[in-house]
Design a protein around this ligand. Structure first.
Ligand code: FE2
Length: 187
């Protein structure tokens, strides 16, 4: 396991499944941190900041899945009599739409807003379900159908890096609320 940090030179041998699994792990870890922060009654600023990070990770993740991964899986498994599953792919899209809606709401909120914690918790439950379906059902079907995980992974890694840089340049000039959260949580 050499690939702990994703440098640009490692992008070419990225495996599509591993890339998505690493995203899933990362986001799960962030949700765990949020739960801990909630238990320890952490500051509102820290919570707001953490949820901002979760939302960004998830936006990039859902986007690369929708743009690249899902179409490739759909195509690969449609040719496989046993693994064929249009419903699974359609449901994944509908579930993304639900998550995106919560993400959009959370991005307009601060941690002291009513229902903030509840929305984060529901989002984390949705993501747990998403991870179970993908890693438990979709990935095995796609692997069975011999999806080209290497070339797809390289495309996904490149797109991810691109989205990350656009997003960080956008968020650095964003709402004053977010900026004040940042400065008060810095030490
Ligand atoms: Fe995923």
């Amino acid at each position: 396991m050499v690939r702990s940090t994703k440098s640009t030179e490692s992008l070419a041998d990225e495996d599509a499944f591993e890339l998505l699994k690493a995203d899933h792990q990362k986001v799960k870890g962030l949700f765990k941190q949020f739960k801990q922060l909630k238990q320890d009654e952490g500051s509102e600023a820290d919570k707001t900041e953490l949820v901002k990070e979760i939302c960004e990770e998830l936006k990039i993740h859902t986007q690369i899945e929708e743009e690249l991964f899902y179409p490739a899986v759909r195509e690969a498994i449609s040719a496989d009599e046993v693994g064929k599953d249009e419903d699974l792919m359609d449901e994944a899209l509908v579930e993304h739409a639900g998550a995106k809606d919560l993400i959009a709401q959370l991005e307009e909120m601060d941690a002291d807003d009513e229902l903030f914690d509840a929305k984060v918790t529901v989002l984390s439950e949705q993501i747990d379900h998403h991870v179970k379906e993908e890693e438990g059902e979709m990935f095995p079907k796609a692997k069975r159908a011999k999806l080209d995980k290497q070339s797809l992974g390289a495309q996904m890694a490149a797109r991810k890096a691109e989205l990350k840089s656009t997003m960080s340049s956008k968020t650095s000039t964003r709402s004053p609320k977010a900026a004040s959260a940042k400065s008060s949580s810095a030490r």
